[in-house]
Ligand binder design. Structure first.
Ligand code: G3P
Length: 230
Protein backbone atom coordinates (compact mmCIF):
# COMPACT_ATOMS: atom_id res chain seq x y z
CA UNK A 1 0.00 0.00 0.00
CA UNK A 2 1.63 3.34 -1.04
CA UNK A 3 2.33 6.23 1.28
CA UNK A 4 -0.99 6.68 3.06
CA UNK A 5 -2.84 4.98 5.90
CA UNK A 6 -6.04 3.12 5.09
CA UNK A 7 -7.42 0.92 7.82
CA UNK A 8 -9.41 -2.24 7.23
CA UNK A 9 -12.24 -3.11 7.32
CA UNK A 10 -12.97 -0.19 4.97
CA UNK A 11 -16.28 1.47 4.15
CA UNK A 12 -15.91 3.40 0.87
CA UNK A 13 -18.87 5.66 0.07
CA UNK A 14 -19.17 6.50 -3.62
CA UNK A 15 -21.06 9.77 -4.12
CA UNK A 16 -21.41 9.03 -7.85
CA UNK A 17 -23.18 11.94 -9.64
CA UNK A 18 -26.02 12.10 -7.10
CA UNK A 19 -27.39 15.63 -6.54
CA UNK A 20 -27.89 14.63 -2.90
CA UNK A 21 -24.11 14.48 -2.46
CA UNK A 22 -22.77 17.20 -4.73
CA UNK A 23 -21.48 20.66 -3.89
CA UNK A 24 -22.02 21.74 -0.30
CA UNK A 25 -24.18 18.63 0.33
CA UNK A 26 -21.18 16.54 -0.60
CA UNK A 27 -19.09 18.30 2.03
CA UNK A 28 -21.84 17.83 4.62
CA UNK A 29 -21.96 14.09 3.91
CA UNK A 30 -18.15 13.80 4.02
CA UNK A 31 -18.15 15.54 7.41
CA UNK A 32 -20.81 13.16 8.76
CA UNK A 33 -18.68 10.22 7.56
CA UNK A 34 -15.61 11.78 9.20
CA UNK A 35 -17.45 12.32 12.48
CA UNK A 36 -18.68 8.70 12.64
CA UNK A 37 -15.24 7.41 11.63
CA UNK A 38 -13.60 9.34 14.48
CA UNK A 39 -16.29 8.30 16.97
CA UNK A 40 -16.14 4.58 16.30
CA UNK A 41 -12.59 4.14 14.96
CA UNK A 42 -13.60 2.56 11.64
CA UNK A 43 -12.03 3.72 8.36
CA UNK A 44 -14.67 5.40 6.25
CA UNK A 45 -13.53 6.86 2.92
CA UNK A 46 -15.46 8.97 0.44
CA UNK A 47 -15.36 9.28 -3.34
CA UNK A 48 -16.98 12.63 -4.23
CA UNK A 49 -17.64 14.02 -7.69
CA UNK A 50 -14.46 15.36 -9.24
CA UNK A 51 -15.63 18.96 -9.09
CA UNK A 52 -15.96 18.65 -5.29
CA UNK A 53 -12.85 16.58 -4.61
CA UNK A 54 -10.30 19.28 -3.75
CA UNK A 55 -12.84 21.24 -1.69
CA UNK A 56 -13.85 18.18 0.34
CA UNK A 57 -10.32 16.79 0.71
CA UNK A 58 -9.25 20.13 2.20
CA UNK A 59 -12.00 20.00 4.82
CA UNK A 60 -11.90 16.40 6.11
CA UNK A 61 -9.23 14.08 7.46
CA UNK A 62 -10.76 10.82 6.21
CA UNK A 63 -9.41 9.25 2.98
CA UNK A 64 -10.79 10.80 -0.21
CA UNK A 65 -10.77 8.85 -3.47
CA UNK A 66 -11.38 9.95 -7.02
CA UNK A 67 -14.18 7.98 -8.72
CA UNK A 68 -12.15 7.71 -11.93
CA UNK A 69 -8.92 8.86 -13.59
CA UNK A 70 -7.84 8.75 -17.21
CA UNK A 71 -4.83 6.81 -18.42
CA UNK A 72 -2.91 9.85 -19.63
CA UNK A 73 0.21 11.70 -18.53
CA UNK A 74 -0.12 15.42 -17.81
CA UNK A 75 -0.22 17.37 -21.08
CA UNK A 76 -2.54 18.31 -23.91
CA UNK A 77 -5.42 16.03 -23.02
CA UNK A 78 -8.48 18.30 -22.93
CA UNK A 79 -11.21 17.09 -20.60
CA UNK A 80 -9.11 14.30 -19.13
CA UNK A 81 -8.32 13.75 -15.45
CA UNK A 82 -4.75 12.81 -14.51
CA UNK A 83 -3.47 10.96 -11.47
CA UNK A 84 -1.21 13.91 -10.73
CA UNK A 85 -4.21 16.26 -10.65
CA UNK A 86 -6.26 14.13 -8.24
CA UNK A 87 -3.21 13.72 -6.00
CA UNK A 88 -2.62 17.47 -6.02
CA UNK A 89 -6.31 17.90 -5.17
CA UNK A 90 -5.79 15.86 -2.01
CA UNK A 91 -7.03 12.42 -3.01
CA UNK A 92 -5.18 9.48 -1.42
CA UNK A 93 -6.35 7.13 -4.13
CA UNK A 94 -8.64 6.47 -7.04
CA UNK A 95 -11.23 4.01 -8.18
CA UNK A 96 -11.07 2.86 -11.79
CA UNK A 97 -13.16 0.68 -14.11
CA UNK A 98 -16.39 1.14 -12.20
CA UNK A 99 -19.24 -0.54 -14.13
CA UNK A 100 -20.65 2.95 -14.75
CA UNK A 101 -17.30 4.16 -16.10
CA UNK A 102 -15.69 1.12 -17.75
CA UNK A 103 -12.19 1.35 -19.25
CA UNK A 104 -9.93 -1.11 -21.12
CA UNK A 105 -7.57 -3.46 -19.26
CA UNK A 106 -4.51 -1.64 -20.64
CA UNK A 107 -5.92 1.60 -19.22
CA UNK A 108 -6.38 -0.06 -15.82
CA UNK A 109 -2.76 -1.25 -16.09
CA UNK A 110 -1.58 2.33 -16.76
CA UNK A 111 -3.56 3.71 -13.81
CA UNK A 112 -2.38 1.03 -11.36
CA UNK A 113 1.30 1.42 -12.33
CA UNK A 114 1.31 5.23 -12.35
CA UNK A 115 -0.76 5.49 -9.17
CA UNK A 116 1.76 3.32 -7.34
CA UNK A 117 4.61 5.52 -8.54
CA UNK A 118 2.73 8.57 -7.26
CA UNK A 119 1.86 7.00 -3.91
CA UNK A 120 -1.86 6.77 -4.67
CA UNK A 121 -3.98 3.77 -3.69
CA UNK A 122 -6.08 2.02 -6.34
CA UNK A 123 -9.48 0.35 -6.16
CA UNK A 124 -10.15 -1.52 -9.41
CA UNK A 125 -13.80 -2.45 -9.92
CA UNK A 126 -14.89 -5.66 -11.66
CA UNK A 127 -18.19 -7.35 -12.46
CA UNK A 128 -17.31 -11.07 -12.23
CA UNK A 129 -14.92 -13.19 -10.15
CA UNK A 130 -12.80 -13.96 -13.21
CA UNK A 131 -12.43 -10.28 -14.14
CA UNK A 132 -11.69 -9.51 -10.50
CA UNK A 133 -8.82 -12.02 -10.62
CA UNK A 134 -7.54 -10.58 -13.91
CA UNK A 135 -7.56 -7.10 -12.42
CA UNK A 136 -5.78 -8.38 -9.29
CA UNK A 137 -2.97 -9.64 -11.55
CA UNK A 138 -2.25 -5.99 -12.43
CA UNK A 139 -1.29 -5.35 -8.81
CA UNK A 140 -3.77 -2.78 -7.48
CA UNK A 141 -4.17 -2.20 -3.77
CA UNK A 142 -7.80 -3.30 -3.83
CA UNK A 143 -10.31 -4.86 -6.19
CA UNK A 144 -14.06 -4.42 -5.73
CA UNK A 145 -16.42 -7.12 -7.00
CA UNK A 146 -19.71 -5.47 -8.01
CA UNK A 147 -22.31 -7.35 -10.07
CA UNK A 148 -23.83 -4.43 -12.06
CA UNK A 149 -27.35 -5.86 -11.98
CA UNK A 150 -27.47 -5.40 -8.19
CA UNK A 151 -26.16 -1.82 -8.15
CA UNK A 152 -28.71 0.57 -6.71
CA UNK A 153 -31.24 -2.19 -5.96
CA UNK A 154 -30.76 -2.49 -2.21
CA UNK A 155 -30.35 -6.24 -2.83
CA UNK A 156 -26.91 -6.83 -1.25
CA UNK A 157 -24.40 -8.84 -3.23
CA UNK A 158 -23.08 -10.27 0.04
CA UNK A 159 -26.44 -11.97 0.63
CA UNK A 160 -27.94 -12.29 -2.86
CA UNK A 161 -24.82 -13.68 -4.54
CA UNK A 162 -22.41 -14.83 -1.79
CA UNK A 163 -20.80 -17.32 -4.17
CA UNK A 164 -19.71 -14.47 -6.43
CA UNK A 165 -17.97 -12.84 -3.48
CA UNK A 166 -16.32 -16.00 -2.14
CA UNK A 167 -15.18 -16.99 -5.66
CA UNK A 168 -13.65 -13.54 -6.13
CA UNK A 169 -11.81 -13.78 -2.80
CA UNK A 170 -10.54 -17.29 -3.67
CA UNK A 171 -9.31 -16.31 -7.14
CA UNK A 172 -7.63 -13.11 -5.97
CA UNK A 173 -5.94 -15.02 -3.14
CA UNK A 174 -4.55 -17.42 -5.78
CA UNK A 175 -3.52 -14.74 -8.30
CA UNK A 176 -2.17 -12.01 -6.02
CA UNK A 177 -2.68 -12.47 -2.26
CA UNK A 178 -1.39 -8.92 -1.61
CA UNK A 179 -4.54 -7.46 -3.18
CA UNK A 180 -7.43 -6.73 -0.83
CA UNK A 181 -10.99 -7.53 -1.89
CA UNK A 182 -13.97 -5.25 -1.34
CA UNK A 183 -17.48 -5.98 -2.48
CA UNK A 184 -20.28 -3.65 -3.53
CA UNK A 185 -23.75 -3.42 -5.05
CA UNK A 186 -26.88 -3.20 -2.98
CA UNK A 187 -25.05 -2.87 0.35
CA UNK A 188 -27.21 -0.80 2.71
CA UNK A 189 -27.10 -2.24 6.24
CA UNK A 190 -24.71 -3.38 8.93
CA UNK A 191 -25.84 -6.94 8.31
CA UNK A 192 -24.82 -6.61 4.64
CA UNK A 193 -21.38 -5.44 5.81
CA UNK A 194 -21.13 -8.29 8.33
CA UNK A 195 -22.02 -10.76 5.55
CA UNK A 196 -19.36 -9.25 3.28
CA UNK A 197 -16.71 -9.64 5.97
CA UNK A 198 -17.79 -13.21 6.70
CA UNK A 199 -17.29 -13.98 3.00
CA UNK A 200 -13.64 -12.93 3.21
CA UNK A 201 -13.69 -9.35 1.96
CA UNK A 202 -12.07 -6.51 3.92
CA UNK A 203 -14.75 -3.94 3.28
CA UNK A 204 -17.51 -2.59 1.10
CA UNK A 205 -18.07 -0.04 -1.66
CA UNK A 206 -21.52 1.52 -1.58
CA UNK A 207 -23.49 4.53 -2.72
CA UNK A 208 -27.30 4.83 -2.58
CA UNK A 209 -27.71 3.18 0.83
CA UNK A 210 -25.97 6.21 2.33
CA UNK A 211 -26.30 9.04 -0.22
CA UNK A 212 -30.08 8.59 -0.55
CA UNK A 213 -30.71 7.89 3.14
CA UNK A 214 -32.96 10.33 5.03
CA UNK A 215 -30.48 10.29 7.93
CA UNK A 216 -26.87 9.92 6.77
CA UNK A 217 -25.48 9.57 10.30
CA UNK A 218 -27.93 6.80 11.18
CA UNK A 219 -27.22 4.95 7.92
CA UNK A 220 -23.44 5.09 8.43
CA UNK A 221 -23.66 4.12 12.12
CA UNK A 222 -25.70 1.07 11.10
CA UNK A 223 -23.10 0.09 8.51
CA UNK A 224 -20.16 0.23 10.93
CA UNK A 225 -21.93 -1.46 13.85
CA UNK A 226 -20.78 -5.03 13.03
CA UNK A 227 -17.19 -3.80 12.67
CA UNK A 228 -17.29 -1.99 16.00
CA UNK A 229 -18.71 -5.10 17.65
CA UNK A 230 -15.97 -7.39 16.31
O1 G3P B 1 -19.57 2.06 -6.24
C1 G3P B 1 -20.54 1.40 -5.49
C2 G3P B 1 -21.83 1.36 -6.20
O2 G3P B 1 -21.70 0.99 -7.54
C3 G3P B 1 -22.86 0.53 -5.50
O3 G3P B 1 -24.06 1.19 -5.65
O4 G3P B 1 -26.12 2.17 -4.81
O5 G3P B 1 -25.82 -0.32 -4.86
O6 G3P B 1 -24.56 1.05 -3.20
P1 G3P B 1 -25.20 1.00 -4.57
Amino acid sequence: MPGHKIGFPLILINFKAYREASGRRGLELAKVAEQVSKEVGVTIAVAPQLTDLAFIASQVEIPVFSQHVDSVEPGSHTGHVTLEAVRDAGAIGTMVNHSERRVRADQVDFVVKHARALGLATVVCADTPEVTAAMAALGPDMVAIEPPELIGTGIPVSRAKPEVVTRSVELVQRVNPQVKVLCGAGITTGEDVAAALRLGTVGVLLASGVVKAKDWRKAILDLVEPIVKR
